[in-house]
Design a protein around this ligand. Sequence first.
Ligand code: ATP
Length: 267
Amino acid sequence: MIASQLLEPKSLLTTWEDIGGLTETIKELRETVILPLINRKLFNSRLLQPPKGVLLHGPPGCGKTLLARATASESGMQFINLQVSILTDKWYGESQKLAAAVFSLAVKIQPCIVFIDEIDCFLRTRTGFDHEATAMMKSQFLSLWDGIATRNDCMVVVMGATNRPSDLDSAILRRMPCVFRVNLPNQPQRESILRLMLRNESVSDDVNLETLAGRTDGFSGSDLYELCRTAAITRVREVCNSGNMPLPDGLRAMTKVDFDVALKKLK
Ligand code: ATP
């Protein structure tokens, strides 16, 4: 039951190929996380042990979850996606059991990444106002985490993502020695992301992706996805509204006008 709820099916696999514009971050993730994990013989020195905690932080929709998923699939690790709401919605006692079950499952199926999105909602700075149950759950989580961290033979990595790293407890930050900042994409990065998102689409010659990237300053990867989706759907709507039967075999290419309209809508 718990395994089927938490373990992500392989069909959701993400690879580096699915991520645009984050070449440097991917390179660093490979060097500091993946290589030490998959080459235990080469990295057997104490100084080169793979990290047991990795933090990805930055604005929403910029690829933190994609990076975590791809790290798992590129290193052949299982991926447990621990939704904070699952832990915090449970009754006291039940959530403690769940936390213990997560770590025990991770150890059983290792190598494994335990991914916690919005980790700040769960493991934020401890205050005097924390409910007793919350405080207990946090310290139990930390001791379970320490349990895997002290075992050199254990290939379980906790990966957290947050938009607000400053809200994180210093005890958590200490357990996450590898920290990656994932910023809003700059113009060349936006162009790479657009190129990736449109790689299998039919796009007319009047669409210049460099110019489009220049017009989307401040867009996240997720905003760019929404832009492409909005532009793409215009053609479907046209077909539906034409009332022509039978439906055509294919859709027309996406044009500059489709992107202009989509941009106007989104902005
Ligand atoms: P949040 O902080 O809101 O959880 P996030 O940083 O984890 O956001 P993701 O969930 O990884 O963001 O990205 C959301 C969607 O945006 C992805 O499914 C993908 O469609 C698109 N996306 C974001 N960044 C990129 C990127 N660098 N390359 C390709 N697609 C991207």
